[in-house]
Ligand binder design. Sequence first.
Ligand SMILES: [Zn+2]
Length: 504
Amino acid sequence: MQASLNTALLDQKLGKIQKQKDWSKNAISHFRNFICQSEDRSLFQINPYAVIDVLKLSERETVDLFLYGAKEGIFQMDWNLVCPCCSLTVESFKKLKQLHSHYSCPTCFRQTSTELDDYVHITFTLSAKIRSLIFHNLDQLKKKEEWIEYYYMAGSWVPVDGNMSSKEFNDQLTQHFSFFNPGEKKRIELELYPIALLILELLQMSSVIYTISEEVVSSQTEVIQFSKTGLSNQRTDCFPAKMTLHDPPQEYDFGNVYPLSSGKILLEIENLSDQRLPIWIQHVPEEVTDFPDVQFDACLTGKKLCANQTFREIFPSQVFQLGKGIRVQDQTFLFTDLKSSTALYDQIGDLNAFALVSQHFESLYEAITENQGALVKTIGDAVMAVFTNPVDATNAALAILERLKQLNQELSEQQLVIKMGIHNGGAIVVNMNDRIDFFGQTVNIAARIQDLADAEEIYITDSVYAYPGVQEIVHRCQITSEKRVLKGVQEEILLYKICPKLPH
Ligand SMILES: [Zn+2]
């Protein structure tokens, strides 16, 4: 049975959100219906991308509704570190600044460097003040399926035997799942075969791991206890086990493992704590080590959020700890600058020039945000913007030229002339002056190639040009390519100069 909904509080908060911006017709009512009519699991760790069709809204508006919903306290927003190997939510954080640069999965032992691109998922869970969900309280989770739903990120697939959801896959590995009451001791009989057995508890996420040899024995017994330090056995004949897969390189660190043989085993497991303990026993067959990483449905990643203008505006304090940065593998940067702006200030005076430059900033802001980008900062008359992909950045650059052309038509004499550069690649996301900023060679190159551009030219690198969809966007423009050596960059870089043929 669903807990009762605090509709008065929900409507009060939705009323505030309604006033925040110009939402499309029915956006708030669709959002309200979704919150009021969904079952518990649909309101736990919501991936906004998974409910775009339910809400019948655009991607941008859907994400904005959840961000404003989190700001108003309808939802709790979490930054989840998800294991790329098994899709377990290794850790959840309320704030960006709590993310670590490295994490280790307690069930498959994969070692992962935190990168914002694919494995940092941002989810939204309905606040208990609006409606209590079973997932708000671990004691209310009674079934194995609920625990799996709690720990494994939804919308993840193991690309094997067609496409199997990670939950189904984990279910297949399961040999036993049950709850141990405080003080309870159980005997569990299993049939073992190579290659490994994992006994895991889901409160502290501690485990005991066994390797299983091909040799068959008629009987063996293992005694395992759960105490304050987690799960342990009494044995001392353990050995450290690590594994490295090479293509691509992945590290697994299993810690200490114990040897067992194939055949029947009697497990005696005792819960010495005063908490109800979910114990999960998985058999790991040899083939599992060959399986590719899980694939995720489209979701709101850390990379997308850092390039989301709404997030940057309404959560300005969500920045990393000073001095710590997190990697993003592929982000796209657009730099713009006004040509001959010094002459402009000289000709029409500071006040007039400033008014004109401000108008130009507004046009840029609109072109950037309408193309799913975010303004990182302005530097004098220059702008740095971030996008999740080169297609959006290129569309934004062309839209900027179009808008400035319109602006120039409204002006009598003074003409604003812009030049731009776009590059994509890896960067470090950092906290700078209380806002999210980006650093690294990709950013430097994007800024440098903007410097090379002349009036109404967009310089893009070959990685931008080669990105699927970009050539279709620029095919009506004049395109010339050249190799250039950039200051501070060792290798020659292939650049494309894009000159739109604007109708005059
Ligand atoms: Zn894992």
